[in-house]
Design a protein around this ligand. Structure first.
Ligand SMILES: Cc1ncc(COP(=O)(O)O)c(C=O)c1O
Length: 369
């Protein structure tokens, strides 16, 4: 039987591969830097669980100053609440009967808050909450330009908020607007201009609600790429950044983000074959690496490029010079998208000074329901 814990205390290159590694010093520094920033502004940090999907990391973020967590899925929220965290936002729509039943059950053990963008859903949650005798905290998701979920800013949002305010067992808390269409734009000026102009739609909507006698306590949005743009808007009360905890090569190239946070995540690979001098094959394929943001590349090796991934193989090519890699040698690969990459693995190996310090189960891995 494979016993992951037996590697604690060993050098990272002794790990069986493929293995997902966290550089603990870098992760802790990222958590601290983000927490320090949020001590300087009005908004608070509510880090996104979707990146790490692991309660111990949420607890570290909260210990550093975060007010609670954001989740993408009910299954993530359940894992986090079971670990003892109460203040949880599901920044997503929970719509089917069975899921709403799970939501109101979770409210017995947490101060769960959920996003809505349509009246039918408001009524369904209200009825289920009343039957269970709980109150569900609600944010209206407003479409500020991403064109994913969300009602239109202005009158449509006002009407939905009014409906929530008169629905039994619901507490209207405020508005959420996620600027996902610009959050990873590498150009700082473009990102800032789009974010500030789109967030203005959320702010004007807040003012409209207040003019109509509705108190807007929470204004939530933001991601890693806009932590200090959305985070510095006085009207915003919460930022949902997630990727900053690990980073990846995509966010590493985003101006103003890559300079601030280090890449903590890597996938340890073993060379399984070198059929030709220029072709090196490793044991990390599509089942342990994601590539929707591009093919991940080896860390710290010049002249070597990963050119393709099949299910269980990664193909590397020498681009210049020579490299002394041979079968059974190890190398580390930097993910291009930390959030989806994590979801392919069962556990992290926490590394400090090259030694395995901890093994953490990725509890909410695959909890997409
Ligand atoms: C609703 C929501 N909030 C925040 C984020 C921010 O995530 P990140 O920090 O990875 O940019 C995301 C990313 O997908 C999201 O969907």
């Amino acid at each position: 039987m494979y016993n992951a814990e037996s590697y604690v205390g060993k050098h990272k290159t002794e790990l069986d591969t493929p293995a997902l590694l966290i550089d603990l010093d870098i992760m802790e520094s990222n958590i601290q830097k983000m927490a320090n920033y949020f001590r300087t502004v009005n908004a608070e940090l509510r880090p996104h669980v979707k990146t790490h999907k692991t309660p111990i990391i949420s607890h570290k973020q909260i210990a550093a100053g975060a007010i609670g967590v954001t989740c993408a899925k009910l299954g993530e929220a359940e894992a986090i609440v079971h670990s003892g965290i109460r203040d949880v936002l599901i920044a997503n729509q929970i719509v089917s009967e069975h899921k709403i039943a799970r939501l109101v059950n979770l409210a017995k053990h947490s101060d769960i808050m959920v996003a809505v963008d349509n009246k039918e859903n408001v009524h369904a949650i209200s009825e289920a909450a009343a039957a269970k005798g709980v109150t569900i905290r609600i944010l209206v998701e407003v479409n500020i330009g991403m064109d994913r979920c969300g009602v239109n800013p202005g009158k449509e949002t006002l009407e939905l908020a009014q409906d929530i305010c008169i629905s039994p067992n619901l507490k209207f808390e405020g508005l959420m607007g996620y600027e996902g269409h610009t959050v990873a734009n590498p150009n700082r000026l473009e990102r800032e201009t789009t974010t500030l102009s789109d967030m203005q739609k959320l702010i004007e909507t807040k003012h409209l609600l207040e003019k109509n006698g509705i108190n807007v306590s929470i204004m939530s949005g933001g991601g890693t790429g806009t932590f200090d743009i959305t985070g510095s808007i006085p009207e915003m009360t919460e930022v949902q950044a997630g990727s900053y905890v690990f980073m990846d090569s995509t966010y590493g190239k985003v101006e103003g983000v890559g300079e601030n946070f280090g890449c903590a995540l890597s996938v340890l690979a073993t060379v399984v074959s070198r059929p030709e001098k220029h072709r090196i094959i490793v044991d990390t394929g599509l089942k342990v690496l994601t590539k929707e943001f591009g093919i991940p590349q080896p860390i710290g090796i010049q002249g070597l490029e990963m050119v393709s991934l099949s299910e269980e193989h990664g193909k590397l090519q020498l681009t210049n010079g020579d490299i002394s890699l041979k079968p059974s040698d190890r190398l580390e690969i930097l993910p291009t998208h930390c959030c989806t990459n994590v979801n392919l693995h069962d556990r992290y190996f926490g590394i400090r000074n090259e030694i395995v310090e901890s093994v953490w189960e990725i509890t909410a891995r695959g909890r997409s329901q």
